[in-house]
Design a protein around this ligand. Structure first.
Ligand code: DX5
Ligand code: ZN
Length: 230
């Protein structure tokens, strides 16, 4: 079911950036059937990040293939004009980057105003000074573990302290900490210990599998969950 209630358990969110782009529907069904509660959908504009993926029409086409949470990560600047289209496409969570416009508070309010969970994305070089001022407009903070644009990059370890600091700032508020980029069996334990609860994983989930071999996705997901427990 789409986003239902808040909890801080470990949730693996496969990023379809590492899926077969000619087979998105089947790929989403495959990772869900193998235990993924969220599916992470990366939208890139070729301007804010040096890569292009797809827009709201594709996201809308994916919706019927995702029974769980559809988590849409917008790497678009300026982003505000596109928010209604992604809401209409059926996103449950919409996340925008701190740098995606001049008024991040307004952007987050607009996402909530569209009836969606609002996420703030922080690039590896972006600080957290803004967060205390945004806590009342936030449902998720996406800490980028790599510079956005591509899958399969190495985790930037300085983000661990950022996660610890955010976890403290959030206290008992219902705000997810998501880590996006570089999540793998050898990095996830430290990231989980730092305080993240949603783990986006592209290459670590999709490598070695396919829609004809979905059990590999399942093994990859279980490996991550087990490693997260430390
Ligand atoms: C990067 C994207 C990520 C990416 C992660 O810009 O936002 O979601 O797919 O890929 P991995 O898990 O391979 O680092
Ligand atoms: Zn992402």
């Amino acid at each position: 079911m789409p986003y239902a209630s808040f909890d801080r358990s470990v949730k693996i969110a496969p990023s379809i950036l590492s899926a077969d782009f000619a087979n998105f529907g089947a790929e989403c069904r495959a990772v869900e059937s193998q235990g993924a509660p969220w599916v992470h959908v990366d939208v890139m504009d070729g301007h804010f990040v040096p890569n292009l993926t797809f827009g709201p029409a594709t996201v809308k086409a994916l919706r019927p293939h995702i029974k769980g949470v559809m988590d849409v990560h917008l790497m678009i600047a300026p982003v505000d004009a596109y928010l209604p289209a992604f809401a209409e496409a059926g996103a449950d969570v919409i996340s925008a980057h701190f740098e995606a416009g001049p008024h991040i508070h307004r952007t987050l309010q607009a996402i909530r105003g569209l009836g969606k969970k609002a996420g703030l994305c922080l690039n590896p070089g972006t600080g957290i000074d803004c967060v205390p001022h945004l806590l009342d407009t936030l449902d998720l903070i996406n800490v980028m573990g790599v510079n956005p644009g591509f899958g399969g990059q190495k985790f930037i370890r300085s983000q661990l302290q950022k996660i610890r600091d955010l976890r403290e700032m959030i206290g008992d508020r219902d705000i997810h900490i998501q880590i996006d980029g570089g999540v793998a069996p050898d990095t996830i334990a430290e990231i989980a210990a730092a305080g993240a609860d949603v783990f986006v994983a592209g290459s670590a989930v999709f490598s070695g599998g396919s829609v004809d071999k979905p059990e590999v996705y399942g093994e990859n997901i279980r490996k991550l969950v087990a490693a997260a427990a430390g």
